[in-house]
Ligand binder design. Structure first.
Ligand code: MG
Length: 222
């Protein structure tokens, strides 16, 4: 019990569609990959339903399994060369991260991207100095499993409080990790779909997170 009191509270964020408005660049890389492999791209609507899951699984929904490795390779070659074309942090994100840190929270990203790619993207978006840890999904179960969240918290030796995300996978993973869940409607899944996952909060902006988390950091000087 005493050990637990000494743990600092942490908030865990999904990256794409949550902290960063990155869907257009992601969708463009999907279109490029299908085109490179001579395949017709599915609709944006079909892709959006699946974004947030691992690349291999998304491509497998639309192509024969023997085409998936080449599709993934084409995506991974294209995406980092273009991921700053349109992607930017959503409005208010940097200020909210700064305020949460001043209140004593540790802040982590937990994403289905691989860690190396996630760190590159976080740096390109100017967010590295606003976060305490970037955790990707490197060969262990992806969201909605809680593993990526638990690994982020383990790396920080922190007590998880809230999971913030833009898909039902984030909400389900947050619940599985026993965190409160804050769903943002400005990303991949719309409010109707997110509501079905029963997040603790459903918001169209990140500023209300500052009120939602009040109380978690009591007793912490930061
Ligand atoms: Mg997301």
């Amino acid at each position: 019990m005493s050990d637990r009191r000494e743990e600092r509270p942490a908030i865990v964020f999904d990256l794409d569609g949550t902290l960063v408005d990155s869907l257009p660049d992601i969708l463009a890389s999907f279109v490029h990959a299908f085109s490179t492999c001579g395949l017709a791209a599915p609709s944006q609507r079909e892709l959006r339903d699946l974004i947030g899951l691992p690349l291999e699984g998304i491509f497998a929904e639309f192509a024969r399994s023997d085409a998936v490795p080449a599709l993934c390779a084409a995506y991974r070659e294209h995406y980092p060369r273009h991921f700053t074309n349109h992607s930017r942090p959503f409005p208010g994100v940097v200020r909210v991260l700064e305020v949460l840190r001043r209140r004593g929270y540790l802040l982590a990203v937990a994403t289905t991207k691989r860690t190396a790619m996630a760190e590159r993207f976080v740096a390109a978006m100017g967010l590295t100095d606003h976060l305490d840890h970037v955790q990707g999904t490197d060969g262990f179960p992806h969201k909605p499993a809680p593993d990526v969240i638990l690994r982020a918290l383990g790396a920080l030796r922190a007590r998880g409080t809230w999971m913030v995300g833009d898909t039902v996978h984030d909400v389900e993973a947050g619940k599985a990790a026993r965190l409160s869940t804050y769903a943002l409607t400005w990303g991949t899944h719309d409010a109707e779909r997110l509501r079905e996952a029963k997040p603790d909060r459903l918001c169209d902006a990140i500023e209300p997170l500052l009120d939602a988390v009040r109380g978690d950091a009591e007793g912490v000087t930061g």
